[in-house]
Design a binder for this molecule. Structure first.
Ligand code: ZN
Length: 296
């Protein structure tokens, strides 16, 4: 595990099943299945693998040969392993948007507007059944359209915003095209790095500049952190309010790792973690296959 995450604790929720649902406009969403069971897990120990999976799904989504249903299966497979990305709390300027009238956005892939009302924003993540949110003092509660009782899953306290817990609700859904775009973004950025260092010698100044600018556009959505005074010394603790932010940070660490960076295998094209900085192949087999190919 990356040392940077040593003392970060943040569980995430995944359901035992996910379905693809269409709204009346024909827009596709990924959502927990009606009977699916929620389960808590801690992504921190597994962030490297989660990130590798995310990049490899992005690579599949970029491919011209993959069909739409193959892409959707891959994204659903990701959710089955790790849950949804938590886009709702990842893109606003603050994940604690409920206490305001409007949600504000820094530059992001999904929403062009600079702001929208909280209701309008949330409707986009609860496309099939809306949450009816009420505020009493400092506390929020909500009911689901058509239901009487309040929903309790959101009341866990772990220091994270209530909005994060709202994204653990069964009714919470993420747009498939948004998820796809996010996976592609990670894969694209690894590709930029791959070609930049692979072909740099043969690049024109303009091509180099293009690659540098593509990379510079990859930013933002950084999780916040705090410093915790533990027994022996103070530690830096990241606050992940979405799985997306966790992957984004982990991916950036892996991309810039001095010794064991994430790379694309030259032979099979899969993302892998290099054991030594110079490694170009994900496995011995791939290295040998490549050699055979280039010898013949
Ligand atoms: Zn390989």
């Amino acid at each position: 595990m990356n040392k940077l995450f040593e003392h970060s604790k943040s569980f995430w929720v995944k359901y035992s099943d996910y379905v693809i649902k269409e709204n009346s406009d024909g827009r596709k969403y990924l959502q927990a299945a009606p009977e699916a069971e929620p389960k808590l897990y801690d992504p921190i120990d597994n962030f490297e693998n989660i990130t590798l999976d995310a990049v490899n799904i992005g690579r599949l989504c970029m491919s011209q040969e993959a069909t739409e249903s193959e892409k959707h299966d891959a994204i659903r497979g990701f959710a089955l392993k790790y849950g949804l990305l938590g886009i709702m709390t990842a893109i606003p300027t603050t994940p604690r948007f409920l206490s305001y009238e409007n949600v504000f956005f820094p530059k992001n892939h999904f929403i062009r507007e600079e702001s929208m009302t909280v209701k309008e924003y949330m409707d986009g993540f609860y496309p099939f059944r809306k949450l009816d949110i009420r505020k009493k003092g400092d506390e929020y509660s909500w009911t689901l359209e058509g239901d009487r009782g309040s929903v309790l899953l959101g009341i866990m306290t772990d220091g994270r915003p209530i909005e994060t817990h709202m994204s653990f609700q069964r009714e919470y859904a993420e747009r498939l095209d948004w998820m796809e775009e996010q996976f592609i973004d990670w894969a694209f950025n690894l590709m930029v790095v791959f070609f930049y260092y692979e072909d740099k010698g043969g690049f024109t100044e303009r091509q180099k500049e293009f690659h540098r600018q593509s990379m510079a556009a990859f930013d933002g959505l950084t999780p916040t952190y705090h410093v915790e005074l533990m027994d022996d010394r103070p530690y830096l603790v990241w606050n992940f309010n979405s799985l997306l932010q966790g992957i984004q940070l982990m991916f950036s660490m892996m991309l810039t790792d001095e010794y064991k960076p994430i790379k694309f295998c030259r032979n099979c094209g899969k993302a892998f973690i290099a054991r030594r900085y110079r490694d170009k192949f994900c496995s011995k087999e791939c290295s040998e296959e490549w050699k055979e190919k280039s010898d013949s």
